[in-house]
Design a protein around this ligand. Structure first.
Ligand code: PLP
Length: 299
């Protein structure tokens, strides 16, 4: 490794581990040309990768639906993710694995003949929002941009087409809010840019049903925690009226954990700070990560 590469983490790219600045793919790659590919984001915490198998399973399900053959067996890909994490030497790590349809001689829409590109990289843990804000609670806007419905592209496919989500994020930020909450075509609350949404009402922890959303692994963990601490929970349609009047609202994501929402569309939520149930779930979540619960050790 040259001196220039010394501080760079290693990226897995199509069978090799290379320094970040040497990890290059073709400008003709279908992932770039058409957003044609799938991905998953994982995290390493205190040297453990949280729910590794679940993330890899989700990635393979996404690839299966878009009829893309990942050129590695599940166990092999899993090993490569662990190896990238190990080589990073970072105890708290943001990990991403993406597979694009890849390169073909003709850079046209027809995916036949494409050879998939496999990339796994790690970065010192990245928070979707700064960690202090995440703890205190954030402001959010229910965006005019609607989440793509399942009838057009199933939200359960974690795919490389995030323009709809990025536009919502831009709308919220440009309007002076920290984050976006996206409604569906019917106006009901669905999810955020990289988050699932929860509200707490009369002690019950509620998240929208799995239609038209990405079913988050952190979301699943929040439901597990709610059960463990004896709270009732449900998957239930949420309207903007419901969420404005909730006792607490929080977001869940691999990149940020559990994040309180203190205000939506200039309506104060509950007492206007991260609520007590959210705090308990957040603390329990990070404790699980810290202690390697459902974790795969890499350091
Ligand atoms: N919703 C969307 C659209 C996402 O992209 C993500 C994660 O990237 C999530 C929700 C949260 O999923 P997870 O908890 O598995 O990180």
């Amino acid at each position: 490794m040259t001196q220039e590469n010394e501080n760079q983490l290693e990226v897995y790219l199509n069978g090799e581990f290379v320094p970040e600045n040497e990890a290059k793919i073709s400008v003709f790659d279908h992932g770039l040309l058409y957003g044609d590919g799938v991905y998953d984001t994982l995290c390493g915490w205190n040297g453990y990768i949280f729910k590794l198998e679940q993330h890899i399973d989700r990635l393979y399900r996404s690839a299966h639906t878009i009829k893309m053959q990942i050129p590695l067996k599940k166990e092999e890909l899993l090993e490569k993710v662990v190896e990238v994490a190990k080589r990073s030497k970072q105890k708290n790590l943001y990990l991403k694995c993406y597979i694009t349809r890849g390169y073909s001689e003709k850079p046209l829409l027809d995916p036949r003949g494409c050879v998939p590109t496999v990339v796994i990289f790690g970065k010192p843990y990245l928070w979707l929002l700064d960690s202090e804000k995440s703890e205190k609670g954030i402001t959010a806007k229910i965006t005019n941009i609607r989440r793509t419905p399942d009838q057009c592209l199933d939200g359960k496919i974690k795919n490389l087409n995030y323009l709809n989500i990025i536009m919502a994020k831009m709308e919220a930020i440009e309007s002076g809010y920290d984050e976006a909450i996206m409604p569906g075509l019917d106006g009901s609350i669905l999810e955020g840019p990289g988050y699932n949404v929860f509200m707490v009402s009369n002690g019950k922890v509620i998240s929208p049903p799995t239609e038209n959303i990405l079913v988050g692994i952190t979301r699943e963990t929040c439901f597990e925690i709610a059960k463990e601490i004896g709270l009732e929970s449900a998957e239930q349609k949420i309207t903007s009226h419901d969420i404005y009047n909730a006792d607490e609202v929080f977001l869940s994501s691999t990149a940020g954990g559990v994040i309180g929402v203190r205000e939506i569309d200039h309506r104060m939520i509950g007492t206007g700070q991260t609520g007590p149930v959210t705090k308990r779930i957040r603390e329990n979540y990070f404790k699980r990560l810290e202690n390697g619960v459902n974790g795969t050790k890499y350091l």
